[in-house]
Design a protein around this ligand. Structure first.
Ligand SMILES: *Cc1c(COP(=O)(O)O)cnc(C)c1O
Length: 757
């Protein structure tokens, strides 16, 4: 452990001058270099099986503070900087956030890398070095605007290497270069996030906003994190990206294993590959192809690859299960098509059930089907999600391979989502139960000894108040918005998607607007905070953002309503914003349509930071409810079984709900009423209104009244008995240990990977 004095020497030497005389940029660069060196010291040799976690996304967030914490250097550096009049917070601001992911799936991959390194397991990530991460969002006249997020340039964590691999795309050879980000665990080992890139990428081809020439592969291949979850445009580019990642990755894996002594027939003893959703699925035929080139015949290669690979399913939304028209693949990866055909033939020899074919009758290739047939493990990401996979969505596969299906409930790394983002709470916990919880999260359970300790509850409430004040300052600084830290902060931050139902929250807020105007004020003033990006081509999602921004203005301009209700939309929600928002939340909004949210991880972060959850029985909310008990969570709405039944009967009719229920009608009609049109755009608001009445595919309306009742109950409880609220918050924190990604990774390792053995 270094002292602040020694740290000062180090920094002075790297910077070549006194700390006082350094800019934050210089200090950041010096620390980055220092952390790099310290991390490299913790690289350990690999024995036995090594994991390769392949993912199109790694939403890693800023790394400096995180790495300093994991290396045990954070307090020393902070002390040293402060002794010379420099602030850690300002230093953090100079680091650009690598937003190499869209949302939960990418963030999960980042949490997993932290846990692997912390548990001292040999496990690397494989992905792409996007030059621009997820777009930068700002609001112009109440509408989302997208601009490129340049995170490279200057100094960054991805170190260029001399390793290159040749990848053939559409019959032409490209050179993929390896970059590496050192991932150092908390008092653990250092692994790597391996990111591939081309040397020929050219940011000059970016046009208006985030548009660019989608056909110029040499210049655009890794230019952008594919920004769009939902539409058809640029699908070919997506296949190009995926193949670059898996081909370079597979070559690197085989090379490493051969160097360690594998003869490739014994590959499963050297490598475990986790396929994170279907984006990396082509690694299966690619490995078979590469093994073939090294003389291993097809059937054996298919057996080897099945033993090496495992697949994680992240969604039951049909539109998100990737499938490609065969001619797309024939164009981009002609070398894989003969192998995919052989795999399809093998499947057809195993089963008569055509619904599990890889290539269907319409010549469409189903990536998830290939994953399930040719990996040894298919897992869902929360107990409910896995049950739905087994019993409905992937039922036919489950009947074929019951032994392959298993559940691994998601988790989050407590180093980032507690130690880093909430130092005050961390210090309190450490004082009460010691530091063991940082590596063994189940120790948080010891906090149950303090749930009736008034002094502890008061301190917990004070910490929440401080974090709300800090968020208020941050909002003032960044968006020039003033919020009242004495109001209840109800936060819904996550990707904007209809299934997550920000529109349900919107209708509630409209309802409250009417109630307050009628003199029915809530038990406490409420600040409703949103953070969400909408995929650029997702029209209705953008309309929902517009409606919320417009309603925010309507509330603000009404002197009576604004005393009780404020709506704040955080611009450019990303990991950095999440770290500010989550510690400041009182009520965590997890209101997806039951059965649709595979797990959620935002729900875990909020719980860990002492928020109470308002949610449906969906994803990991079910397990949160189980851990904390029903009196410490606010559950409402239809069950997943009811929802699934409604879908299968096809008898949900939004218009009937609209016509029968006066509250629903009043809220929906308000969308295009004169108050909204004073600030908002008719076209957007009209479209949203018609969508809600005419379709409402995610069944907002049946849950509307139950949501109002539960949410108002939560507000009343918060207002009437703050001490009891703090008590229940403490229960949530003490029961959050299960949701550590250390637990998740330990389960993957014991049941799927068997690393180091
Ligand atoms: C955790 C996280 C998510 C996932 O949130 P969900 O509520 O689980 O969808 C998305 N974005 C960021 C920046 C996150 O940190």
């Amino acid at each position: 452990m270094k002292s602040a004095k020694e740290m000062e020497m180090v920094l002075k030497e790297v910077c070549g001058k006194e700390i006082e005389a350094c800019t934050y940029e210089e200090l950041y660069t010096a620390l980055l270099q220092y952390v790099e060196e310290e991390s490299r010291e913790k690289v350990a040799p690999v024995k036995g099986c090594k994991l390769y976690y392949i993912s199109a996304e790694f939403l890693i967030g800023k790394l400096l503070s995180n790495n300093l914490i994991n290396l045990g250097l954070y307090d020393t550096v902070k002390e040293c900087l402060e002794a010379h009049g420099k602030s850690m917070a300002e230093l953090e601001e100079t680091e650009p956030e690598p937003s190499l992911g869209n949302g939960g799936l990418g963030r999960l991959a980042a949490c997993f890398l932290d846990s692997l390194a912390t548990l001292k397991l040999p496990g690397d990530g494989i992905g792409l070095r996007y030059h621009c991460g997820l777009f930068h969002q700002n609001f112009e006249n109440g509408v989302q605007n997208e601009t490129p997020d340049f995170w490279l340039g200057g100094h960054d964590w991805a170190q260029k290497t001399e390793k290159t691999y040749t990848v053939s795309l559409a019959g032409k050879d490209y050179t993929a270069r390896l970059y590496q980000i050192a991932v150092t665990g908390y008092e653990g080992r250092t692994n790597f996030l391996n990111l591939f890139d081309l040397d020929t990428i050219d940011t000059e081809i970016i046009g208006e906003g985030i548009s660019f020439d989608k056909t110029d592969i040499e210049k655009n291949l890794t230019l952008f994190l594919y920004p769009d979850d939902s539409d058809d445009a640029g699908r070919l580019l997506r296949i190009y990206q995926q193949y670059l990642m898996v081909s370079a990755g597979a070559q690197m894996i085989l090379e490493e294993c051969e160097e360690r002594g594998s003869n490739l027939h014994d590959l499963p003893e050297y490598a475990a590959i986790q396929i994170n959703d279907t984006h990396p699925s082509m690694v299966i035929p690619e490995l078979i192809r590469l093994l073939g080139k090294r003389g291993i015949e097809f059937e054996e290669a298919a057996r080897i690859v099945t033993k090496v690979c495992a697949y994680t399913n992240h969604t039951i939304l049909a539109e998100a299960l990737e499938k490609w028209p065969r001619h797309y693949l024939e164009q981009v990866v002609p070398q894989l098509m003969p192998i995919i055909e052989k795999l399809d033939a093998l499947v057809r020899s195993r089963t008569q059930d055509a619904s599990t074919a890889i290539i269907d009758g319409n010549q469409v290739v189903h990536m998830a089907h290939m994953d399930i047939h040719f990996t040894h493990s298919t897992n869902g990401v929360a107990a409910l999600h896995t049950e739905i996979l087994k019993n409905s969505e992937l039922r036919n596969f489950y009947q074929l391979y019951p032994e392959k299906f298993n559940n691994k409930t998601n988790g989050i790394t407590f180093r980032r989502w507690l130690l880093e983002c909430n130092p005050e709470l961390t210090a309190m916990i450490e004082r009460l139960i010691g530091p063991g919880f940082k590596k063994d999260a189940s120790e948080l359970e010891k906090l149950m000894n303090f749930v009736d300790d008034d002094a502890v509850l008061e301190e917990l409430a004070d910490i929440k108040r401080d974090n709300k004040k800090a968020l208020a300052d941050w909002l003032k600084h960044n968006q020039n918005v003033t919020v009242n830290p004495d109001s209840m902060f109800a936060v819904q931050s996550k990707r904007l998607h209809e299934y997550k139902r920000q529109q349900l929250n919107l209708l509630y807020l409209i309802h409250q607007y009417f109630e307050i105007r009628a003199g029915h004020t809530p038990a406490a003033p409420v600040t409703a905070v949103f953070g969400a990006k909408a995929a650029p081509a997702y029209t209705i999602a953008k309309d929902i953002i517009h409606a919320l921004l417009t309603l925010s203005k309507v509330c603000e301009s009404d002197p009576e309503v604004s005393k009780w209700l404020q709506i704040v939309f955080i611009e450019n929600y990303n990991v950095t914003a999440a770290e500010k928002l989550i510690p400041a939340c009182d009520l965590s909004e997890q209101i997806s349509l039951a059965s649709k949210e595979a797990s959620g991880t935002g729900n875990m972060k909020f719980m860990l930071n002492g928020a109470l959850t308002l949610g449906t029985m969906d994803g990991a909310n079910v397990e949160i409810a189980e851990k904390v008990g029903e009196e410490n969570i606010y559950i409402f709405g239809q069950s997943s079984a009811q929802v699934i039944r409604r879908y299968s009967h096809g008898d949900y009719c939004a218009r009937e709900w609209y016509e029968i229920d006066a509250n629903i009608r009043r809220a929906i009609n308000f969308l295009t009423g004169e108050e909204m049109l004073k600030y908002g755009r008719q076209e957007h608001l009209e479209r949203l209104k018609n969508e809600l009445i005419g379709k409402d595919w995610f069944q907002t309306l049946p849950d509307f009244n139950a949501y109002i009742v539960r949410k108002n109950q939560a507000i009343a409880d918060y207002a009437q008995d703050p001490k009891d609220w703090a008590r229940r918050a403490l229960i949530n924190i003490s029961r959050a240990g299960f949701f550590s990604s250390d637990r998740t990774i330990a389960e993957y390792n014991e049941e799927i990977w068997h690393l180091g053995e």
